[in-house]
Design a protein around this ligand. Sequence first.
Ligand code: GLP
Length: 242
Amino acid sequence: MMKIFKMKDYDQMSQKAANLIAAQIITKPDCVLGLATGSSPIGTYKQLIEKYNNGDLDFSKVTTVNLDEYKGLPRDNDQSYYYFMNDNLFDHVNIDKENTHVPNGMIEDSEKECADYEALIASLGGQDLQLLGLGHNGHIGFNEPADDFAKTTHCVNLQESTIEANKRFFASIDDVPRQAYTMGIGTIMKAKKIVVVVSGADKADIVEKAFFGPVTPHVPASILQMHPDVTVVGDEAALAKV
Ligand code: GLP
């Protein structure tokens, strides 16, 4: 069953998504959260930090697993997803850093790192709640459009459009990594609950395709239509066509 919340703007979207995550932490303090990067969830993380500062949330028993990471980018590079998570959430709440996990993009052996990451998620019992953003081409994590759905954590070659979209964060387009490690579609679909945050008019077309179009690996997020507990939280601009 897919639920859709159409919120007024980015701020309202972030508040709603943070409330859903807070409810998960309150009902299961030792939950496993699957987390995402990108501009869409930043406001959600801000709201979670605010709840923590107000004494309404305790992260001390929470474990996190992130969706993806660029391959070959050191963890202290401010564009690495490891850095992003510390900067936007972990440094500001009482989470035990030992319990936060991001694929290690500096491990050269892709097969080993991806197999280890997949095994780690399985050993934690999977994600109770997975937060997702949505790429303009329908990617989730870094699962790019393809001829089939990738099941487990794997190494991907990023599409030109993704490299193009991310170049604003790097000194030049040549500095944008060409590969990434990402949870597979199977890894994501095993989460008990999924929350997708989408904002902005530039996402309106892909939102319509992903959630109301045919289920196809050419729009990776379309598989979410098959998940039993998906909540899409968007602003009016992103949900303009639905
Ligand atoms: C990146 C991330 C995705 C994210 C997407 C959308 O490529 N790997 O996990 O969902 O971009 O980003 P944004 O939220 O900035 O639009």
